[in-house]
Design a protein around this ligand. Structure first.
Ligand SMILES: NC(=O)c1ccc[n+]([C@@H]2O[C@H](COP(=O)([O-])OP(=O)(O)OC[C@H]3O[C@@H](n4cnc5c(N)ncnc54)[C@H](OP(=O)(O)O)[C@@H]3O)[C@@H](O)[C@H]2O)c1
Length: 354
């Protein structure tokens, strides 16, 4: 069967802050069948993930485009944008997937994903997955969850009683990092960009304390106030000036988990100034380690079963911010970089009509 497939594409390379007008919705005819003997699949997309890292794929140049495989490659203007998502199989030549199976993995910002064998990584959802909302598969049980879990436990290695600071703490990754750290017996402070988000961290998610970084003119002294005994682990989602301030407050043998630098993605002038005290870094034996969630796929099964259990027991709460309709994708994406009251937790767009 032939149908019209709507998809989101960028009109131009995006430099600086993204705008809704950088995107457009296009349409093309597709056939809802896979080439016999090919291993290709065709998916009806149900939920798609909206992630900050996509901005680096949409630039004409970002050093990240060269560092790893398929997840970070450049997306040229006019191309269909690939993204993590949940989908229903409508046609498959891969014996692992059959029509009507639900899968999570490679999708597109589009009504349908037509995927060649070499283009996709998918996981078929099973009866354990079905006990939870499908949207969780791209949030708490997807790469956001794995990033929080692997970054904190494999890179940060928290010990009971340690003091943990999380930036972009109400975000998709950050709100989970703080809760995992609390479950490890740590003292946890988060920062976020609005009063409402700060309230959420303290009242709903169990952070010991939280502050609005936009109200703080001197981040170094703010962190001193929240961490009079210093920071043992800084889970860095933002880079820039916050990283500089956190480094100045680290304890001996402190660990900086470098997860993301969202404050720099749209503003290349916001790079960490080169006045980090390297003398301190050495004498305090501070470790700064970057990582990618994809480095930790081997622990995915452990992460998933531990996290499903914690959600079932109500010991981890997950925040999702779900918009509806393909046409809302540009706004959802642009909103990630403006923070404020919008998008606490995982930003998702559902393409399910009801
Ligand atoms: N290493 C990995 O494998 C990996 C995987 C996933 C994500 N990441 C990175 O981890 C970070 C968090 O990702 P996420 O998916 O959880 O996104 P997110 O935090 O859910 O979404 C973005 C949030 O970041 C904050 N933000 C936006 N611009 C900012 C700025 N200039 N300064 C400070 N905060 C800003 C905003 O919250 P406020 O209102 O609080 O400002 C916004 O709501 C990103 O840097 C992302 O690229 C890395």
């Amino acid at each position: 069967m032939e149908v019209m497939n709507r998809y989101v594409t960028a009109k131009n390379y995006i430099e600086g802050s993204p705008k809704e007008s950088d995107f457009e919705i296009k349409c093309s005819k597709i056939v809802l069948s896979a080439e016999p003997g090919s291993n290709d699949v065709v998916l009806k997309n149900l939920y798609v993930s909206i992630d900050p890292y996509q901005i680096n794929r949409l630039k004409s140049y970002s050093s990240s485009q060269k560092t790893s495989s398929y997840v970070v490659v450049t997306i040229a203007p006019g191309e269909i944008i690939s993204a993590y998502g949940v989908a229903k199989v409508v046609a498959s030549e891969n014996p692992l997937y059959k029509e009507d199976d639900l899968v999570v993995g490679t999708t597109r910002w589009a009504d349908y994903s037509v995927l060649k064998a070499s283009e996709y990584v998918l996981r078929k959802l099973n009866s354990f997955d079905m006990g939870f909302p499908l949207s969780h598969q791209i949030g708490v049980f997807g790469f956001s969850g794995l990033t929080a879990y692997a970054g904190l436990f494999e890179v940060g290695k928290p010990k009971k009683g340690e003091r943990v600071f999380v930036s972009a703490a109400s975000g998709s990754v950050g709100h989970l990092v703080g809760q995992y750290a609390k479950l490890s017996g740590c003292y946890v402070v988060g920062c976020a960009g609005s009063k409402e988000k700060v309230g959420l961290l303290k009242e709903k998610l169990g952070f010991d304390d939280a502050f609005n970084y936009k109200d703080e003119p001197n981040l170094e002294s703010t962190l001193k106030k929240y961490f009079p005994d210093g920071i043992d682990i800084y889970f860095d989602n933002v880079g820039g000036k916050m990283l500089e301030a956190a480094l100045a407050n680290m304890n001996n043998f402190g660990r900086v988990v470098s997860c993301g630098t969202i404050s720099e993605y749209t503003d290349p002038n916001n790079k960490v100034p080169p006045n980090i005290n390297m003398h301190d870094m050495i004498y305090k034996r501070i470790m700064i380690q970057g990582f990618l969630a994809t480095d930790f796929l081997t622990i995915f099964p452990d992460f998933l079963s531990a996290t499903m259990n914690l959600i079932r027991l109500g010991r981890i709460k997950t925040l999702e911010d779900i918009s509806t309709g393909l046409e809302s994708i540009p706004q959802a994406f642009v909103g990630l970089f403006h923070g404020a009251k919008a998008n606490a937790g995982k930003k998702i767009v559902t393409l399910v009509e009801n």
